[in-house]
Design a protein. Structure first.
Length: 328
C-alpha cells in the first residue's frame, strides 16, 4: 500500500515569483507545478553533495523512490485548515445535462475546490444542482502585485526599468495561507530517502523557491504532516472508476487510453539553471492537473536536453500523482 506525506510551505511575509511558459516573463503564478518542484529538489540534492545521477536512475525504474504532486493553496482560518485541489475536468455525477447557463458559468469559475467539496462531488456523489455552489474563496488567499526592477546591461551599463509580479500569501494570525504538496511513496518509506528529502526541502526553503531569489523571494519554512482521516479516506477511496491528476503527467509511449478521458494540455519549457550561457530546455507538452483518465497514469522523466548542451542530461518530471474519483 502506498504511503503519503503532506508538506506545507509557509512563506510568512516573503513574496514569491513563479514564472510559467505562456504567462509572460514578468507575470507570476500563485503556485508551483510538480515538474518545477522536482527540478528544484534535484538542484537542492546536488548542492547537498548527493549523487544526483544515482537518484535520477531510480526514477527511470518502474517503482519510483517517491512521486510529487504539484503544489496547491492551503488556508488556515480561525483554527481550521482548508486545502484546495484542482477541480477534475470531468463533471461530477448529477451535474445537469441541460442548458443551465447559470450553473455552467459558476461551475467553470471553480478551478479549485476545497477538500470537503472535492470529496463530496467526486467520491460521495453529493453534487446537488438545486443548491448554490460553494463560495469561491480561492483567490482570497493571496495577492499578486507588480514591483519595479532595474536591469543593467553588462556591456554598456545602460539601465532599463521593468516590472515583475510577485505573489504574497496572507500571513495574519487568524488568516494564513501558503502552499502544500503531497509526496507519494509507492513502497515502504526508506529512512535515507526521507532524510534526504527533508534536507533538500529545508535547503530549498532557506535559498528560496522560484525566481527572483537574489531579491529574497521564495523563502519558506516547511513542515511535514501525516495524512489526517479526511485525507486518508480520500486517497484510499475504493469505489473509483477514474483518476484525476494532481500533478503534471507525460509519457512518451502514450500508454494510457484517452477514451472517455477529459484533459487539458500544458506546454512546459524554460531555461537551463546550470548553464553558463542562456539555453532553453526542449519544450514538452504534458497533461495538466485535473485531467481525468479511466486508468491510473504513471508517467516518466522527459529528457529535455537541448542538442548543443553536453554537460549533463536535463530532465523534466512527468511522473504522475492522481486521486481516485467516481464519475459517469
Amino acid at each position: 500500500m502506498s504511503k503519503w506525506k503532506l508538506v506545507k510551505l509557509d512563506f510568512k511575509n516573503n513574496p514569491a515569483h513563479f514564472g510559467e511558459l505562456g504567462i509572460g516573463m514578468e507575470e507570476t503564478s500563485e503556485r508551483v507545478r510538480s515538474d518545477t518542484l522536482f527540478s528544484a529538489l534535484v538542484i537542492a540534492y546536488a548542492r547537498l553533495g548527493k549523487k544526483v545521477d544515482t537518484l535520477l536512475e531510480r526514477f527511470h525504474q518502474e517503482k519510483k523512490p517517491f512521486c510529487l504532486s504539484s503544489s496547491f493553496i492551503y488556508r488556515e482560518n480561525e483554527g481550521k485548515t482548508t486545502y484546495f485541489l484542482p477541480r477534475p475536468k470531468h463533471p461530477p455525477i448529477n451535474y445537469p445535462t441541460g442548458d443551465d447557463l447559470k450553473i455552467a458559468k459558476d461551475y467553470k469559475k471553480l478551478n479549485f475546490l476545497d477538500l470537503e467539496t472535492w470529496r463530496s462531488w467526486y467520491q460521495n456523489q453529493s453534487f446537488d444542482p438545486s443548491k448554490n455552489l460553494p463560495e469561491n474563496i480561492y483567490s482570497k488567499c493571496f495577492d499578486i502585485d507588480k514591483q519595479p526592477k532595474i536591469a543593467i546591461d553588462r556591456n554598456t551599463r545602460a539601465t532599463n526599468l521593468y516590472h515583475t509580479s510577485f505573489v504574497r500569501y496572507h500571513s495574519k494570525p487568524n488568516d494564513k495561507s501558503g502552499l502544500y504538496f503531497l509526496i507519494k511513496f509507492e513502497d515502504e518509506i526508506l529512512d535515507n530517502d526521507l532524510n534526504d528529502l527533508e534536507a533538500a526541502i529545508r535547503l530549498l526553503g532557506e535559498e528560496g523557491l522560484g525566481g527572483e531569489r537574489s531579491s529574497g523571494a521564495g523563502q519558506f519554512e516547511p513542515s511535514w504532516h501525516d495524512l489526517d482521516k479526511e485525507w486518508k479516506d480520500l486517497v484510499d477511496f475504493k469505489e473509483e472508476n477514474a483518476q484525476s491528476l494532481i500533478s503534471l503527467y507525460w509519457d512518451e509511449e502514450n500508454l494510457i487510453s484517452l477514451e472517455n478521458s477529459s484533459y487539458e494540455l500544458q506546454g512546459r519549457g524554460g531555461w537551463i539553471t546550470s548553464s553558463s550561457k542562456n539555453q532553453r530546455r526542449k519544450k514538452v507538452i504534458m497533461f495538466a492537473e485535473g485531467s481525468v483518465f479511466r486508468e491510473v497514469p504513471r508517467g516518466k522523466l522527459a529528457n529535455v536536453t537541448p542538442p548543443e548542451f553536453s554537460q549533463h542530461q536535463i530532465y523534466r518530471s512527468g511522473i504522475a500523482v492522481s486521486l481516485p474519483i467516481k464519475i459517469n
